[in-house]
Design a binder for this molecule. Sequence first.
Ligand SMILES: Nc1ncnc2c1ncn2[C@@H]1O[C@H](COP(=O)(O)OS(=O)(=O)O)[C@@H](OP(=O)(O)O)[C@H]1O
Ligand SMILES: Nc1ncnc2c1ncn2[C@@H]1O[C@H](COP(=O)(O)OP(=O)(O)O)[C@@H](O)[C@H]1O
Length: 280
Amino acid sequence: MNTIGFKPALPVIPGSKKLGLFSFNGGNQPIDFKPRGVCLIKVAMEETQTLKVDVQGKVDKLANGHAGKNHSHLSTIGNSTNIKWHECPVEKTDRQKLLQQKGCVIWITGLSGSGKSSVACALSQMLYQRGKLSYILDGDNVRHGLNRDLSFKAEDRVENIRRVGEVAKLFADAGFICIACLISPYKRDRAACRAMLPSGDFIEVFMDVPLRVCEDRDPKGLYKLARAGKIKGFTGIDDPYESPLDAEIVLQCNTGDCSTPSDMAGKVISYLEEKGYLQA
Ligand SMILES: Nc1ncnc2c1ncn2[C@@H]1O[C@H](COP(=O)(O)OS(=O)(=O)O)[C@@H](OP(=O)(O)O)[C@H]1O
Ligand SMILES: Nc1ncnc2c1ncn2[C@@H]1O[C@H](COP(=O)(O)OP(=O)(O)O)[C@@H](O)[C@H]1O
């Protein structure tokens, strides 16, 4: 693929979108394809854009080039053969402008009882109060529906995380601030979810709460059951939890005396503000 620059032949009114006929006239890099005179291209805000051009002269926006999207050709993705990505005129950037925020995924990981759901709820509430749209994908809740066929065996946890990662990606593309809170015990699976999103849009939050604190809380009595051998493969007891080393945000609580979920959520809000996610 070559990259070329192009300038629309008609003026672009700032803040507006158009469909129109444009000729390639602004490329200053060598290209080896033959433009067919005019092409129907959707115009974005900028006067000059970098486009990908394949050998057949088909055009593909670089910005949307993440996993699985092949705009020009039939693809095989997993067991799905002969599939093609369909673009629509309303894109993520348009939805973000509408919502005045940037779509992203806040991925909260930690042991059962570490406070993931509490922080997720507090965060969602604080965002709501600021007029920002979020949606929570809570492991427990998603297992009531979409993932009801999955157990807590290692391979089912992997599939659980993969599915939630994919759903979270869709929410982020819709412009939502998607808050996923799952134990997600394996580093590799969290990394795979991170890789589904454009750089920066996956924000990992580690609930750094030791097992003894979680076990003391034991709101559902599950640790007690696991210690008694009545639940097998319970995370932290007889199933592994791999702590993140590269989380964007670490929320620590070493003793029973922790800061409140709202204070913790406040740190996430500060991060989102600093990184510009709370504006379009
Ligand atoms: N074996 C075992 N191990 C860990 N957790 C268990 C298990 N069995 C049931 N539960 C309950 O399921 C909730 C975790 O679901 P997740 O989907 O977040 O788990 S995972 O990410 O697939 O590991 C978890 O909820 P949270 O306490 O909210 O984390 C538990 O209540
Ligand atoms: N920051 C906190 N300080 C004290 N208790 C907390 C805190 N966050 C959560 N809890 C309590 O700990 C228990 C587990 O919280 P929860 O949010 O359900 O964790 P998780 O979703 O990780 O299982 C609940 O009883 C909750 O009220």
